[in-house]
Design a protein around this ligand. Structure first.
Ligand SMILES: Nc1ncnc2c1ncn2[C@@H]1O[C@H](COP(=O)(O)OP(=O)(O)O)[C@@H](O)[C@H]1O
Ligand SMILES: N[C@@H](CCC(=O)OP(=O)(O)O)C(=O)O
Length: 376
C-alpha cells in the first residue's frame, strides 16, 4: 500500500471511530423547489444519526434549508434574493425544519432542540462559551441539537456566509472528532461533476493546495458550492478536525466503518491554539494596516516574529487596542491577521514621527506580538 493510501485508510478509520461527530446537511440534500422539506430524507438522516449514536458517538446536526423550507408554504418557486425577504422566509422555514427534524428523530423517541447562532455569538468568547455549555448539556440529556444560523436576525455585514463555515466553527467549538459535510454530490471532483470526465478526489492531504481542482458554485438551493466546502474543510483542518464530504444519500454508509466513498480531508496534526484559531478564523476584523515589503517578508518567512510599528506604511479604518486587524501588503493582499497593540489613532500619531523617534519613544512595543499574529 502506498504512503498516501495508508494515510487515507488511517484517516478513514479515525473518522469511523470518532466519538464526537458534527453532521452538516446542505439545503439541496433535504429540500426541493415545490414540496419544500423532504421528510423522507430527514427520516433517513435521523436513522443514520441514531445508528451512529447506538455505536457510541455523540451527534450534533447542523441543518441548512431554512430559506428553502420557507419557500414552499409561502408559494415561492425561486429563492428570494433581497436580504429582508430571505430573512422573513427563513423565519417560516426555521419553524418548518425544526418541526420536521423533531418528527424524524421522534420516531426513535429522541428529543431534538433548535439552536440558532449568529456569527457574533461565535465570535465573542462569552457567548461562544455559553453556546458550548448549552450544546454540551443537550448532549448529556440525550437531546440532538439541530443547529443553524439565526438567519432572521443575522446582519449582512457579519454573518457566516454559508453553513459549511458554521459547521466547521461548531466542530471547533465542540472539539469534535469528525465533521461530515452531506450535500447533493457524492464527493469533491476535480471539476463540477456535471462536466464530462470529472474525477473524484478521494483523499486530500493537509498541505495539498488542490491546484488541479475547480471548486465551482452550487445548485439553485445551496449557497456556497464546492468553494465554501473547501474553505470549511481548511478551517476544520486548522481546528484539528478530520472532514468527510459526501452526499446525504450515502449518510448511512458514511457514518459506518469501511466507507470508502466521498472525499476525506486530513487535519493538522496538532490543533491550532484556541487563541490563534480565533484570530485567524473567528474574530471580526475591525481595521486594517498596509505593510512595507520588509515587514511582509519578516512576518511571513522564517521563525515567528512580531510586527513592529516601523513596518506599517498606512492605517485604514479605525480600531482599538485589542481588536483583531488585517495586515495587508502594498497591493492590498491580505497576508496575516493579528491583535492590535495600539489604537489606530495612536498608531497614526506614531507614524508621523520619524522611525528613529518611534524607537526612542520606547515604542519597541510591537504593533502585533508574534503570539497574536497568524499568517494567512
Ligand atoms: N469540484 C466540484 N466537485 C463537486 N461538486 C462541485 C464542484 N464544483 C461545484 N460543485 C457543485 O457544488 C454543489 C454542492 O454545493 P451546494 O449546492 O452549495 O451544496 P449544499 O446545499 O449541500 O451546501 C454540487 O451539487 C455541485 O453542483
Ligand atoms: N442558514 C441558511 C443556510 C444557507 C446555506 O449555507 O445553505 P447550504 O449551502 O445549503 O448549506 C438556511 O438555512 O437557509
Amino acid at each position: 500500500m502506498s504512503d498516501a493510501a495508508s494515510a487515507e485508510k488511517q484517516l478513514r478509520d479515525r473518522i469511523a471511530s470518532a466519538k464526537r461527530v458534527v453532521i452538516k446537511i446542505g439545503s439541496s440534500a433535504i429540500t426541493s423547489v415545490g414540496p419544500g422539506v423532504r421528510r423522507d430524507r430527514l427520516e433517513f438522516l435521523a436513522d443514520a444519526a441514531e445508528a451512529r449514536m447506538a455505536a457510541g458517538s455523540d451527534v450534533f446536526m447542523v441543518s441548512s434549508g431554512a430559506v428553502a423550507a420557507g419557500m414552499a408554504p409561502l408559494g415561492m418557486n425561486v429563492r428570494p434574493r433581497d436580504i429582508a425577504s430571505k430573512q422573513a422566509v427563513a423565519s417560516v422555514g426555521q419553524a418548518e425544519l425544526a418541526g420536521a427534524w423533531g418528527e424524524a428523530f421522534g420516531r426513535h423517541d429522541r428529543k431534538t432542540g433548535l439552536v440558532l447562532l449568529t456569527a457574533t455569538d461565535i465570535g465573542r468568547r462569552d457567548t461562544a462559551r455559553n453556546a458550548q455549555r448549552t450544546l454540551d448539556k443537550m448532549r448529556t440529556l440525550g437531546i440532538v441539537p439541530i443547529i443553524n444560523e439565526n438567519d432572521a436576525i443575522a446582519t449582512y455585514e457579519f454573518h457566516f456566509g454559508d453553513n459549511d463555515r458554521l459547521a466547521a466553527l461548531v466542530a471547533h467549538l465542540l472539539s469534535a472528532d469528525a465533521l461530515l459535510l452531506l450535500s447533493d454530490v457524492d464527493a469533491m471532483y476535480d471539476r463540477n461533476p456535471s462536466q464530462p470526465g470529472a474525477e473524484r478526489i478521494s483523499y486530500v492531504a493537509q498541505h495539498d493546495m488542490l491546484t488541479n481542482v475547480e471548486a465551482g458554485d452550487g445548485g439553485a438551493l445551496g449557497t456556497g458550492g464546492m468553494a465554501s466546502k473547501l474553505a470549511a474543510a481548511k478551517l476544520a483542518a486548522d481546528a484539528g478536525v478530520p472532514v468527510v464530504l459526501t452526499s446525504a444519500e450515502l449518510a448511512d454508509q458514511a457514518v459506518s466503518p469501511g466507507f470508502t466513498g466521498g472525499t476525506v480531508f486530513e487535519p493538522r496534526a496538532e490543533r491550532m491554539s484556541a487563541r490563534r484559531f480565533w484570530v485567524r478564523h473567528v474574530a471580526d476584523a475591525h481595521g486594517s494596516v498596509s505593510l512595507d515589503d520588509g515587514a511582509v517578508a519578516a512576518i511571513t518567512t522564517g521563525p515567528r516574529r512580531s510586527l513592529l510599528v516601523a513596518g506599517v506604511s498606512r492605517v485604514q479604518r479605525g480600531f482599538f487596542k485589542g481588536d483583531v486587524i488585517e495586515l495587508r501588503d502594498r497591493d492590498g493582499v491580505l497576508v496575516a491577521r493579528g491583535i492590535a497593540g495600539y489604537d489606530a489613532a495612536e498608531l497614526r500619531d506614531l507614524l508621523e514621527l520619524r522611525a528613529a523617534e518611534t524607537e526612542k519613544g520606547g515604542i519597541g512595543r510591537p504593533l502585533v506580538h508574534a503570539d497574536d499574529l497568524v499568517v494567512i
